[in-house]
Design a protein around this ligand. Sequence first.
Ligand SMILES: C[S@@+](CC[C@H](N)C(=O)[O-])C[C@H]1O[C@@H](n2cnc3c(N)ncnc32)[C@H](O)[C@@H]1O
Length: 320
Amino acid sequence: MQSLSKIRKKKFRYPKEVKEYLTVRETQAVYSGKIDIPYQRVCNCKPTNINCQTPKDWIKSQLGVWQFTYEKRDIRDRQLHPATFPISLARKVIDLFSHRGELVLDPFVGSGTTLVAAQDCGRNAIGFDLKKEYVDLCNQRLGQNLLFGNTRQLAVQDDAFKIPAYLEENTVKLIFTSPPYANLLNRARKNKSRRGEERKNEQYLKVEQYSQDPRDLGTMSLEKYTEEMGDIYERLLPLLKPMGHCVINVPDMWWENKRITIHIALVEELRKRGYELRNIIIWDRTNIVNRIGIFGWPSNYITMGTTFEYLLDFWRPRET
Ligand SMILES: C[S@@+](CC[C@H](N)C(=O)[O-])C[C@H]1O[C@@H](n2cnc3c(N)ncnc32)[C@H](O)[C@@H]1O
C-alpha cells in the first residue's frame, strides 16, 4: 500500500510554511481568474532545442516502443484511483517535450502523476479534474515535496472544458494526459484478461468509474466522447505554444467482440481541430502485466489491450 495511506494513519502534519502554501492552493481551487504560474525556461539551452536532453538521452527516446516500471511513490491502490500511469512514463514525456521551468498541463489529472513527474523534472505544471477527492490526493502527493525546488505544481477541481479561463494563451509547452476511455469502463468488470482465481479478485463485477457526473467523459458514448474531446482540445490549442506537443495516452478496447479504436477516433478528431499528428509511440506493458487469461483461443484471435497502449503525439502547427 501507498505511503499516502500511511500518512493518513499517522495523522501527518505539514510544516507551517507548507500549510500556508496549501491554503493558497485551496483558494485557487475555486479561483475563477487566470492563475499566476511561471512558464518560462530557466535553462541555457539554444532557443531552437525542444528539450534539455543530451544526445545520449535523445537516442534512447527515438525507440518507438517504450517500457516503464512502477516505483514506490506510484499509486497502485485502485481504491485511491482506478487508472493511473507510472511516474516514469510522465517523466519521460515531460523530459522529451519541455525545458526546465516550462509549463506542463494535464487536463484530466486524476491522482496527479503528471504533476509529481513535473516536480521531479523541475517543470511548472497544472492539472484539472472533476473530482475533489482526486484533486485533494494530487495536492497531498505534491505537498510531500513542496519545500524542494522552485517550480510550482497545482491541481484544480474543474471541468477540462473550462481550462482556458485559468491560463493565458501561448504559455503551455506540453499537454500530457490519459483521458477517460468513453463509457467503456462504465460496466461491471468481468476481468476476462485475468487468469484462474485472479479473475474473481476485488475488482470482479465492480464498476470502476470515476463518477456519474454528466460532464465526466467516462459516462459518454464513443461518438459523444469523441466530439467532447474535440471541443476540449480545440479550446486548449491556443494555450499551447506553437510547436508545443500534446501527448495523449489511450488503449483501444474490446466491446462485444469488436475492437473499439479509441486511438483512431482521437487522431481523426484532433486533426479536425487543428492539431498535427507527429508520432505514435507504443507503451509496451508486457513487463508489468502478469498471468493474463486466455482469450479467444482457438478460433478468435485478439491482442490483449492490457499488454500495450498508445501514446499519441500531436503538436500545435507553427501557423495557427
Ligand atoms: C485516466 S484518469 C487520469 C489518471 C492519471 N493519469 C493518473 O495517473 O492518476 C482520467 C481522469 O479524468 C477525470 N475526468 C473525467 N471527465 C473530466 C472532465 N470533463 N474534466 C476534468 N476531469 C475529468 C476523471 O475524474 C479521472 O480522474
